[in-house]
Design a protein around this ligand. Structure first.
Ligand code: HEC
Length: 342
């Protein structure tokens, strides 16, 4: 009995002390003074327990498609990068001043837990925000599909170079208005060649983000193809190629999409993934249902034998307008040492 009484008295004293602390105004609320250890622990534990409780039943859709990346990238760049940074940027005025500090989402988290759990957690945090921090709830203004597209982008973000980030987050003028994106901008489902696990429309409530920005113009289709190669998304890359595409690469010829998929595609992905690509010059044009996009890039990386390479690479892409949007019907790649004439 005595022990119970002492415990009760201690609890009351503790409560009063806490109330006194709150009411006295002694605790520093300024964002430029960190929390005490006890308060930090309490808030951190509260946040993590609360989020864990609420993410248990979230079903993570298939996030592995270049269309999602291309939909989530521009949103991230416009709404999030100011606080959460991007490849090549380690702080911003706001990221330095906020407390708790926004984590740098362009670097991989230290604990590499399970990807599904991390995606569900990110989805929940983006949708609902976190009280008493700079993290807003984006749910009231963005539907689930758009939030999942940002999650898809976040999962790839730590692996992107500054140049890749630039490609993935570019928004072309015509798709600024998300609400009137038309259906036929989405890649054809008949172009999947059995790679249905990468189908852009395979998630519930996904219609919005699946209306891919990638096919708005011939240049967007070329960008989406390049991005898929850079992010290792073989099926995503194939979506942008017409079945009868002809590819000239370093003097070799591939006469169909399936031939390319069976041969050079994997090597191109391996090469693109590890190299840095900088677009130096691009132009193109359009006539009826045909378009061309000419691109000069500087490519730096390692050859398959580990030799440093620095190349001027030229690409001619010829595209055809289909019911599903622009598709590449011819690609011609060649390269020489950079700078030209060296
Ligand atoms: C005004 C600054 C600010 C903006 C803008 C912002 N966030 Fe945050 N975000 C924060 C802060 C601060 C935290 C940390 C909150 C905490 O630890 O309690 C956070 C936390 C997060 C987390 C959890 C990270 C982790 O692993 O703990 C994710 C995910 C996230 N934000 C995504 C986004 C996305 C996506 C956007 C854009 C739609 C965005 N944020 C916009 C400030 C911001």
């Amino acid at each position: 009995m005595k022990i119970l009484k002492i415990a009760a008295a201690l609890a009351v004293a503790g409560l009063l002390a806490a109330l006194g602390m709150v009411y006295s105004g002694a605790y520093p609320i300024g964002a430029d003074v960190p929390h005490t250890r006890a308060v930090f622990w309490a808030l951190e534990t509260l946040r993590e327990r609360s989020i864990a409780q609420r993410t248990q039943d979230i079903e993570v859709p298939n996030l592995d498609s270049s269309d999602l990346l291309l939909a989530g990238g521009p949103d991230y760049n416009e709404m999030c990068a100011g606080c959460h940074l991007k490849p090549g940027k380690t702080s911003s005025e706001i990221s330095k001043g906020l407390y708790p500090a926004p984590p740098n989402l362009a670097i991989a988290p230290s604990e590499d837990g399970d990807a599904k759990a991390s995606a569900a957690r990110q989805f929940w945090i983006i949708k609902h925000g976190i009280k008493a921090s700079g993290m807003a709830a984006w749910g009231p203004t963005h539907d689930d599909a758009r939030i999942w597209a940002m999650v898809a982008f976040l999962q790839k973000l730590p692996t992107l170079t500054p140049a890749q980030y630039q490609i993935l987050t570019a928004r072309s003028g015509s798709e600024m208005d998300h609400d009137d994106m038309d259906e036929d901008a989405a890649p054809a489902s008949d172009a999947h060649d059995g790679h249905d696990e990468h189908a852009p429309m395979d998630m519930p409530g996904m219609a919005h983000a699946a209306e891919t920005p990638g096919a708005r113009s011939a240049q967007d289709a070329v960008n989406a193809f390049t991005t898929a190669l850079k992010t290792g998304d073989a099926a995503g890359a194939a979506l942008w190629l017409a079945p009868d595409v002809v590819i000239y690469e370093g003097g070799e010829v591939e006469r169909s999409r399936s031939e390319y998929q069976a041969h050079h595609l994997a090597a191109d992905i391996a090469f693109m993934k590890t190299s840095e690509i900088q677009i130096l010059k691009r132009d193109g044009g359009e006539s009826g249902d045909t378009a061309w996009v000419n691109t000069e890039t500087r490519v730096r990386g390692k050859s398959s034998k580990g030799r440093d390479i620095d190349l001027l690479s030229t690409e001619t892409a010829l595209l055809r307008r289909t019911a599903q949007g622009w598709r590449i019907v011819h690609l011609h790649w060649s390269s020489s040492d950079y700078p030209p004439g060296s």
